[in-house]
Design a protein around this ligand. Structure first.
Ligand code: G3I
Length: 317
């Protein structure tokens, strides 16, 4: 059977899905992941709380499990994520650090994790969600302690640990043009001008039917590509107010088709990753009560209209 990844490969791209470790024990789910997709991203197990649960003590068990599963099934792996304000271990957040201390902690974390996964992940979300909606820097412990220079440092440390892995900045609500994506556009320009290694921009693409389609997504992808970056849609899902019905599923399918078209229109949009592929396993219902049904496969692993819209778009590329 022709899969979404087969169709994406026709234009040199990948089509992937995130997976969280417990989902690998759901055999029908894991089997479909292994056959339909060409890439995966660990949903949680490469984050800081998982990889460095105690200072200087690293645990790669969960990440390795997903890498091994991916290798056995011919999937590439996107590494997610080296530096984020969320899912940090308690030892890191429960006290304050001097700038020198935190810089050395961050450098060691990035160096150890990137070195461990060298040759096993093709890309890293080096810094995740560092901007506010208004385009100012998020007041994370990294920003507050180190100032904005921590982003360039993180990219340089990642590059030093693996000269070949693609280094990304990654965020949500950056699919449309606007203050937040403008801030990334300016930052990438500055980083490039300063010779800081940066290869890609990840647009998470957590969309919602009720908020409409992101304005000018295609042009926005293009302007980052024009800076000499790869662009990837890294966490795509399109939620809706529940219950789903025929009309909402049709509109969701239209959105999925338009997102896929927007990527395919730009040569350097290298691939699309769903944040889980089925409504059976999704982060949305607990976080947005009353919303969900965001993925192209339903809870019974049956294809929804969104699947056909994606396939149609990929086949036309
Ligand atoms: O591991 C514990 C488990 O021991 C405990 O029993 C259970 C009870 O709540 O919680 C488990 O931890 C949960 C963890 O996922 C693993 O399942 C956390 O509560 C839960 O908050 C956490 O959610 C993750 C979320 O990031 C946290 O911010 C989601 O699975 C994950 O899909 C989501 O992914 C993020 C991306 O990294 C960045 N972009 C947004 C995206 C969606 O929020």
């Amino acid at each position: 059977a022709v899969t979404l990844d087969d169709l994406a490969r026709q234009s040199g791209r990948y089509f992937g899905s995130a997976v969280d470790n417990p989902e690998l024990d759901d055999t029908p789910y894991a089997n479909l992941l292994g056959t339909e997709f060409g890439s995966t991203t660990p949903g949680n197990s490469m984050k800081w709380d998982a990889t460095e649960p105690r200072r200087g003590v690293f645990n790669f068990t969960g990440g390795d499990e997903i890498v091994n599963y991916a290798q056995a099934n011919g999937l590439s792996v996107r590494g997610h994520t080296l530096l984020w304000h969320s899912q940090l271990p308690g030892w890191l957040t429960s006290r304050t650090w001097t700038a020198d201390e935190l810089r050395s902690i961050l450098k060691n974390h990035i160096t150890q994790v990137v070195t461990h996964y060298k040759g096993k992940v093709f890309a890293w979300d080096v810094a995740n969600e560092i901007m506010n909606e208004d385009g100012t820097y998020r007041q994370s412990i990294f920003y507050k302690t180190l100032g904005p220079g921590y982003v360039a440092d993180a990219l340089r440390w990642a590059r030093a640990a693996d000269p070949n892995v693609k280094l990304y900045l990654n965020d949500y609500n950056v699919e449309a043009t606007g203050a937040k994506s403008d801030a990334y556009y300016r930052l990438v320009k500055q980083l490039k001008a300063a010779g800081v290694p940066i290869d890609g921009f990840g647009m998470q693409a957590h969309l919602a039917l009720q908020y409409g389609f992101p304005n000018q997504m295609g042009q926005n992808i293009q302007r980052f590509a024009d800076l000499g970056l790869d662009v990837a849609l890294t966490e795509l899902d399109i939620r809706m107010p529940l219950p789903s019905d025929t009309a909402k599923l049709a509109r969701q399918a239209e959105f999925y088709g338009r997102v896929t078209d927007a990527c395919l229109a730009v040569r350097r949009c290298v691939g699309i990753t769903l944040w889980g592929y089925s409504d059976r396993h999704s982060w949305i219902p607990p976080v947005f009560p009353g919303e969900g049904a965001a993925l192209p496969w339903n809870g019974n692993l049956r294809r929804k209209p969104a699947y056909d819209a994606i396939a149609k778009s990929l086949a036309a590329a």
